[in-house]
Ligand binder design. Sequence first.
Ligand SMILES: [Zn+2]
Length: 275
Amino acid sequence: MIIDFHVHTAHYQSMTRSYLDLLRRQWGDRFDWMIQTYSSPEAFLGLMDEGGIDYAVILAELAPITTGISDNEYVAEFCSKSPRLIPFASINPYTISRPSEELERLVRDHGFRGLKLYPTYQHYYPGDAMIYPSYAKARELGIPVLLHIGSSVLAGSRLKYGDPIYLDDVAVDFPELILIQSHSGRPFWYDKAFALARIHENVYMEVAGLPPQRLLSYFPELERIAEKVIYGSDWPGVPTIKENIQTLKGLTMSEDSKRKILGANAARVLGIADR
Ligand SMILES: [Zn+2]
């Protein structure tokens, strides 16, 4: 089973100039085609079929300063087209008065299966009191929390909030809550991200946006925590998901580790039966 744990929608209700420029640089003259084509869930499912992907986690994003807005309602609608599309909600504690109530509404009424937080884009430390009620609610609802942990090149990002060490308090205070470090501390905190995943039973690493061919040089002992590593592409930040997966499959690791990283760990975290 292959699960892509990190996919953005092609269409944002608003996109900042910085994010738009980044995607234009990456996609060149195929940019308009990409946005139009993959705003359709059917077309995106076709892309998943090409890559042999069974499920994809689709991320809402409320980050008006840095990337823009792909709102929860849009992502819920997108994912309603197929059970293979798994929606993760976005909460921005600066733009809503009662984040935990909002999270409960999104999970109970719209079927969201996880929460994505963007500390570097939304400007708070993962351990800040303002986001603690959302962790408590996620634990109560039994959903995992994926956090952007690492740097970003987008204008308005504040990198200090991406340091993995600030996730340590959360891991200690919510031992039953699954915390997944998206981007695994890229690029100056790989050691910390790895250490946190080793120390805390509830902390994982997710490798979206990292070139798969470099994974073992970033994490020479990756296989020691093969149970705690989750694949994600960061599409449309990468041009093809298929190649991304092929490269990962070609790494010098046991087949069992690859099976865990590419899907089995994600299936366990999402409560999907592995086949
Ligand atoms: Zn991303």
